[in-house]
Write a protein that binds this ligand. Structure first.
Ligand SMILES: Nc1nc2c(c(=O)[nH]1)N[C@H]1C(S)=C(S)[C@@H](COP(=O)(O)O)O[C@H]1N2
Ligand SMILES: [Mo]
Length: 444
């Protein structure tokens, strides 16, 4: 109450200034936490801190929305105040659009559990796009309005004022035509100086610095932005081809696709995978690669690549959802249904859980036997008729379509039947052990 009264007692200008600087600080922290969160390659280094960081990012986002609410009552007066300054008005409209867009898409991403994956996907796209545009804009805005640049601007103005002062009286100029040759030479130099000054481009120090800052930003951010745009709006799964072209796996022979897989019955994956790993990306060769099933089973088994390729495979089309909001729809996966593998191995009655080991030697996850019994849980070998690229978990990865993709262990090399619950890599670091993707509830 006290706070509220003192807030209202402040002058309009003071309140605006306070909101402006709070907004700047919150945006800075949001940008830092958000960008760190979005870098796939450092997920492993962040570990459990990632989850804390995400919470922090959400709190900051909520604070930023509250700040807009605090600003809303001042908007009309502020708008009128800057009516003669179109660049300020443009800036205000742009910044408000950014903040509202970030806020709305952020809330969707935060509440993803209660929303269809398609919403998530769109929200993430918007959130990312606004970040690509907004963060460089904010940096530019901060530089071009900084005290440092304002000082340069004052220097420019001072210089211009000096130029405008009339030159000191030059008695020589009024001398009769009998002027000496030396006087004529001096006159020529002075005249040339005027012409040179007129030839100089009107770029002032301040506008030059502003231009340089803008250019540097474009150079720094441009290429990455271009790559992101290309990936984000390319729904044909081009990225998979690009990722496949950099494959470091040497698996010989390559698997021969089944007819459904060769025909890509799903029509081709829609969307782009973000390559996630918590270790360096491991590489595999068919000379040494092995796959094992063991633990509480009647018939433990180990296969080499050729033997593994002889196992009976099926084809399924399913969607792939990461808990951070992106999805790849209509993936045509070919592989061995987990169910079939478990049946062949003979699960002992004492077994309760299925544990999955990645060839990166760090990542693991687990399913209960009930969960493992879903028909679409697959030990996948091919995606859209091609070997799974190394970066996407090839040669063999798990696919659990009904759950968030942190269950879909990449570089899968071993399955162990166990009797105690195992908490997977990300679940140990704060991810929900209940990984079911939102599904429309029928009837109930
Ligand atoms: N070995 C391993 N498997 C993993 C991960 C990982 O970091 N390492 N990340 C998981 C998460 S959170 C997701 S969203 C998907 C990402 O799959 P992709 O890298 O093929 O896009 O893999 C899952 N499986
Ligand atoms: Mo994920």
């Amino acid at each position: 109450m006290d706070n509220k009264r003192s807030w209202l007692k402040h002058s309009f200008g003071k309140r605006l200034n306070a909101i402006h600087s709070w907004n700047a600080w919150i945006l800075l922290l949001l940008a830092i936490t958000g960008i760190v969160l979005s870098i796939g390659a450092i997920r492993g280094d962040l570990g459990g801190f990632r989850v804390t960081l995400k919470e922090l990012h959400i709190y900051l986002g909520v604070a930023s929305i509250l700040l807009i609410a605090l600003y809303a009552p001042l908007l009309r007066k502020h708008w009128r105040q800057i009516r003669t300054q179109p660049s300020r008005r443009a800036n205000l409209v742009f910044v408000l659009a950014l903040l509202l867009g970030w806020g709305a898409s952020g809330v969707v991403l935060w509440q993803f559990r209660h929303l269809p994956p398609a919403w998530n996907n769109t929200a993430l796209l918007i959130h990312d796009l606004l970040t690509w545009v907004g963060v460089p804009y904010a940096v530019y805005h901060a530089i071009s309005r900084s005290r440092w640049l304002k000082r340069q601007q004052r220097l420019d103005q001072a210089a211009a004022a000096a130029m405008a002062r009339p030159p000191a009286a030059q008695p020589a100029a009024y001398a009769p035509a009998a002027a000496s040759a030396a006087d004529a030479a001096a006159e020529r130099t002075a005249a040339q100086a005027v012409i040179d000054a007129l030839k100089k481009s009107p770029i002032t120090r301040a506008s030059f610095l502003r231009l340089a800052a803008g250019l540097l930003l474009v150079i720094a951010v441009g290429p990455a932005f271009y790559r992101w745009i290309k990936g984000a709006f390319d729904t044909g799964g081009n990225d998979i081809a690009e990722v496949a072209s950099q494959d470091g796996n040497r698996m010989i022979p390559p698997p021969t696709p089944l007819p459904d897989s060769a025909a890509v019955i799903g029509g081709g994956a829609q969307g782009n995978f973000r390559v996630y790993t918590v270790t360096d990306i491991p590489a595999f060769s068919s000379d040494t690669w092995q796959f094992a099933i063991s633990g509480l089973v009647e018939r433990p088994n180990v296969w080499n690549w050729e033997q593994f390729l002889a196992l009976k495979r099926t084809v399924q089309v399913s969607d792939f959802h990461c808990v951070t909001g992106w999805s790849v729809n209509k993936c045509t996966w070919e592989g061995i249904p987990l169910k079939q593998m478990l049946a062949a191995a003979g699960v002992k009655p004492s077994a309760k859980y299925v544990k999955f080991y990645s060839g990166d030697k760090v990542y693991t996850d687990a399913l209960s036997l009930d969960q493992a019994d879903y028909d679409d849980v697959m030990v996948a070998v091919m995606l859209d008729g091609k070997p799974i690229p190394q970066q996407l978990g090839g040669p063999v990865r798990l696919i659990v379509p009904k759950m968030f993709a942190y269950k879909s262990v990449k570089w899968l090399q071993a399955i162990e039947l166990i009797d105690k619950e195992h908490i997977g890599y990300w679940e140990q670091r704060g991810y929900d052990n209940d990984a079911w993707v939102w599904v429309p509830q029928e009837g109930v």
